[in-house]
Ligand binder design. Structure first.
Ligand code: SAH
Ligand code: SF4
Ligand code: F3S
Length: 453
């Protein structure tokens, strides 16, 4: 009988992509994936370290596993516990000191050798493997889920040093994958029916810099765009400083590239941006918004914000609010500042009281919902080109998909399953604060793609 693995993934899409690779590696070595930790021979946590909250969840899970492992031992069984991902990379040996019943700590590059590492612990006992390796040198297979979406990391690591961020520690220096390798992978994925591809990177718009052969994200988009059956291309996440005119031109001119840019602003006050080490000013950010919208009036802009960064005053926060008012994002992720050990900002006193962080967080979230609601209202009556992804998660009488701006759109399923994976015109009829609802437009209606801001 094959051995079984249960894996739980925390954090970002890069972690989800790593989980797909580790499952493929384990599958090649004869491991079968199970959905319940109770019966698994190996429990793996693919962890995130970006905020303490993400790590606390894993500490909780590890706490629960202790009794289960002891119980198994009593009945002559065995449970192997592995921790991979950013928390493993950050804490290394300290993690096994705190939780001595962990068998394997595997870093953000070494996890590709998971089957070999598991063999080694059989022989040698507990292992910590956190060296940065040569992940990009070859094409690793991945065990992907069903559907039309595939995520493809095109670079790993980060060469910025935002003062609050653990990622440069946990994922190392920036490394881009060669363009030809990415092209081969995407071609194969499209052949398998993954017609919507999302390119991943911590600062995806700086793709190519480390290759030294002139490769850029704009060039990669143009190349991938030629793959005949590919329907849509997206990329996340961009750093404001690296959004070149050439990249914006490529997004604007390539019909398969989603008109959707996730470019975190983080804050609206120059003083805080400087303390965060973000390397742009509020004015620079607004110029980026103009450069994007002058080429693509319908482009959807998404941002991340951190509230309660050390020394953030009410006046600083008001500048973040006004930035949000000025730009009107299609979506915002808002986080309360979480001090991370080993980052430069850990040297600053975490001096904004939790109650203020919460108030500021809710303020931005509420404002975002207002902006989203207004934007959705403006879309009522327009016809959107929706790439159909599959049945809606909450209602199997409905299908859902995304428009060019990546907004989620739901419409009646009735006899339309054959449309999954194709682009169809949908007229927007109504909306809730998070979702747009519409009807498929009969083929004979003229397609108008109105969009007003
Ligand atoms: N460039 C990366 C950023 C990863 S972290 C990317 O691929 O998206 C995602 C977001 O978490 C950041 O944009 C930031 O808004 C937030 N974040 C990072 N470190 C944080 C911290 N110490 N406290 C609170 N939020 C943080
Ligand atoms: Fe992803 Fe960053 Fe979390 Fe690592 S720390 S899993 S890169 S969000
Ligand atoms: Fe983190 Fe800033 Fe890089 S947010 S991932 S150090 S761009």
């Amino acid at each position: 009988m094959s051995k079984t693995v249960f894996i739980e993934t925390f954090g970002c899409q890069m972690n989800l992509a790593d989980t797909e690779v580790v499952l493929a590696r384990l599958g090649e070595a004869g491991w079968a994936q199970v959905e319940d930790p109770a019966g698994a021979d190996l429990v793996l946590y693919n962890t995130c370290a970006v905020r303490d909250h993400a790590e606390a969840k894993v500490r909780g899970r590890l706490g629960e596993l202790k009794a289960i492992k002891e119980q198994r031992k009593k009945t002559g069984g065995k449970l192997t516990i592995g921790v991979m991902g950013c928390m493993a990379q950050r804490e290394k040996e300290a993690l096994v000191k705190r939780f001595p019943y962990i068998d394997l700590v595997v870093g953000t590059d070494q996890f590709v050798h998971m089957p070999q590492l598991l063999d080694q612990i059989e022989e040698r006992g507990r292992l910590v493997a956190t060296d940065f390796g040569d992940f990009e040198d070859r094409l690793w297979s991945a065990k992907r889920g069903e559907g039309i979406n595939a995520w493809v990391p095109i670079m790993r690591g980060c060469n910025y040093a935002c003062t609050y961020c653990v990622v440069p520690n946990t994922r190392g220096r920036e490394k881009s994958r060669p363009m030809a390798q990415i092209e081969d992978e995407v071609k194969a994925l499209v052949d398998q029916g993954f017609v919507q591809i999302t390119l991943l990177g911590q600062t995806v718009d700086s793709y190519g810099k480390t290759l030294g052969d002139g490769s850029t994200l704009a060039g990669l988009l143009r190349k991938l765009h030629e793959i005949p059956d590919l329907k849509r291309l997206r990329f996340v996440t961009s750093h404001p400083k690296d959004v070149s005119d050439d990249l914006l031109d490529a997004v604007a001119e390539l019909p398969k590239v989603a008109k959707h840019l996730h470019v975190p602003a983080q804050a609206g006050s120059d003083r805080i941006l400087r303390l965060m080490g973000r390397r742009y000013t509020r004015a620079d950010y607004l110029r980026f918004v103009d450069r994007a919208r002058s080429r693509m009036p319908t482009v959807e802009l998404l941002s991340d914000f951190i509230v309660g960064f050390p020394k953030e005053t009410a006046a600083d926060f008001a500048e973040t609010v006004s930035l949000m008012e000025e730009v009107r994002f299609a979506g915002s992720y808002v986080f309360m500042y979480s001090e991370r050990p080993g980052t430069p900002s850990a040297n600053l006193e975490d001096d904004v009281p939790l109650v203020d962080k919460k108030l500021r967080c809710n303020h931005l979230l509420d404002l975002q919902l207002v902006h989203q609601g207004e934007q959705f209202q403006r879309l009522h009556g327009t016809i959107q080109h929706v790439l159909v992804e599959g049945p809606s998660r909450n209602n199997d009488q409905m299908l859902h998909g995304r428009n060019m701006g990546n907004l989620n759109i739901v419409f009646p399923r009735a006899g339309h399953d054959a449309l999954i994976g194709s682009v169809v015109p949908v007229r927007i009829e109504r909306s809730t604060s998070l979702t747009l609802y519409g009807e498929i437009v009969p083929a004979e209606s003229p397609v108008e793609l109105t969009h007003v801001r």
